[in-house]
Ligand binder design. Sequence first.
Ligand SMILES: [Zn+2]
Length: 893
Amino acid sequence: MRRVRIIAILGCAAFLFLMARLASLQLFGSARLQAEAALRDSDVRMLPALRCAIKTSAGEILAEDRHVIDLVITAGALYPDRAACILLADQIDRARRRAEVLGEPLHEPLPGGMDAQALLDRWARSAGRECVRLAADLTAAQAERLRPHALALVPPGAKKSAVLLRLGKPLPGLPVPRELWFDITALGMTLGAEPLWSDLLRAITGSVARLRGGAHFLAELEETLGGRPDGAAFPAIDYEGRRACTVVKEAEIVPPILSEDEGRRLLRHTDLRRRYFRGVQLRAKEEGGLFTLRRTYGVVFTRERRDVCGRLQALAGREGFGSAALSAEFRRNAQEIIARMDAMPRRADAFFRRKFEEKRPVRSPDIAWELAEVWRARYLEHALFTREQLLIADLGAYGDDGVRLLELLPAGVPIAVRSRYVRRYPQGESVGSLVGLARPWELAVDADSPEALAAFQDEVREHRDFLKELRAGPDVAARFSERRRGAPPLRTPGDAVGIQGIERDLDARLRGLAGLQLAAPGERIHIPPLAGNDAELVIDLGFTRAMYGVLEDAARGMPSGYACRSGIAIVMDLENGDLLCLASYPSFDPDRYLSRDPRYLDRLAARAKDAPLWNHCFFPVIPGSVFKLVVAGAFLEEGGSPGTAVYCKGRDHPDYHCPNHGLPDGDAAWNLHEAIKRSCNHYFVDLGTRRLGRDKLVGWMGRFGFNGAPAWLPPELRRSGAPDYAAELRDLRYYMCYGSGEIRVLPLVMLRFVAAIARGGSAPRPRLRADAPVVHDTLPLRPASCEVLRKAMRAVVAEYPGTAHKPECGLFPAFNAAVKTGTAELDPRLGTNNAWIVGFAPHRAPRYAFVVCLEHVARGGHGGETAGPVAAAALKYLDRANPALGLRAAGTQ
Ligand SMILES: [Zn+2]
């Protein structure tokens, strides 16, 4: 209900705002300005699209967009006087700097120059004056007659000088126009005193009607006020709505001590800024009485009389309006906008200098200067007048107060309501690195980063050019609709862009298409944004979360006593290839990351070497002894016999030894089964280097999928490749045969290989998206070879002295699993290892395949005793979910 209300008000407020804005432009501007206004000031905005959700097949939300409504304003609309002063002071400074740098003679546009602060001070002193024009184009005699009547209206105690007679801007060949003004500030009138104001006008109307020559004045009043000045029936005056024609606020922003020439020179500077300095004029001032002959010139800035900030502050702090938090946020944001605006010239300067230095080597200094000036001007213009600033972020968070504020916003207040979407990740860290994150497409204006600034400028220019071009031609809707489907994708500020994980891989699917809102005189186009499509993942969220906890424990050395730094656990359903678990530790919480909480970011930075933002399941790792399965597979497929005996020297080999199985008598001859069970290094060095050789082994690695990037994996699972061994591996060194040295494998490739062993050569292709097809690949592994390997892998668990047989490995006798362990030495001096365990279960009718790898295990922890318990935890979870599968051995608990 509340949402419906907000949206209805939203549309209405935007429309009123627009109409008021156009009306004021038409009344205020010249024909040229009007044309410019139609082109530039019509409200063209791209509307952000909803980015769709990432969820699990069970319907749990992993990432979704939340709709947020903000109250925004441009700084220039909020503080037009301040922005104008900043720009004007900037113009003056530029002229001076230009003269200095280029060694030109200095033409001071102003006596002594003037900086922004001085202009602001001057403005502050004079900005309180509010005048109402009573009559224009009077002859001197008419003005004289009118004046006493007007004076009679001045309340007792107010300054008599509140009635001003002014000379207008003289035009060649025409008499100088005279105007009669009321200075309502001097009269003690305030904005809020509306009844008094109406009374005053009514009184003026009545008394002026009696004047000879007053008809002109009445006609003008009638026209400007739009009502009938017939006394009693005078309409309530909505002077906020009519401010453009009735009430102006004037302030001198440059002292009235310029010669006419100086004044004109300054005016030329401001001319470029016509659309902001709409009321800037060179005005002759009268001094020392009504009609003096001495004439000086001041530049006068006439602004529309809308004290937006004051009004809103009053509104937000209003009695009974409720929320102190809302008022506080408003005030804080308003102050921040002021601070940003004040800092703007300094930032623009830094930007200018950089641009100038960039261009100087390739251009002549004056051209470089000019170019830099253009960049600088655009920067300031954009920052001060175009860029939307947040007044209230997420209005919905204020509940009813937010809705009430919207209802109370008067039309004509140049504040707009903007929709945006905020990405949220409710599942936190356990799936953070898998889901990844999408970040709003917005480049901050940061003067300290040249790249960010350049990108910001490009963004602004591209956006503006596109919209400008769009407005210039016919068939806006059709052209926009076509362009938004194009490549590169049309972004709107605030669009989320996937930069990591699934968010990045499925960006094109999740992302919607921007909409367009265009309102120009006589034209109103609204093309709604189009949402993207949800993405559904097959992962078991509860399982992945549980396994993340197990990996977290493993990092603390629980339960093995050997702490690791990072680790992964992947489990695949062999029926369809569904990746039920893709846990990777450490990970990160995308919500907290996007909140930019500095303490959290520091914590992540401290763990940077363990890459918490990346899901390690997709990156190649040194495999250690699990690679022996690949060597064994190659050997069997080359026709090698499983009975092949190799004499192992135990610990006595000069380069390596077989620490896992050294016999009391030091040496023995093994067959393939025993060699896998005991993980005999010597056996596989013999197979690899003597019986297969480099070419054959690399050839089989390629056929099994271990060479390079796995093209058969879908893009969301293919973030990295293994080395291209066929191209890069010259010599097969002995240590490569037990998975050390240059050998790296992708965990998902190892998973598929293990799945193929489990299923007699046919393996399901790992699948993460629920809408991906179920594909079974046939690997070149004969059923007979698989049978040999399966039996050997079961022996690793079930027979003494299998490397995963010991009770501390957690697998035997509890689980009907078959595995191969691996321990890859990373740093022999420190004893850090990668500890692996890969396998499947139940071993007689395999349903699941798994890969566990703990990286940087300390103090020489081995695959079986460190990774084994992690695999056991996975089997325990799966057994609880599917007790009928027989994952657990009968009679065990
Ligand atoms: Zn051995």
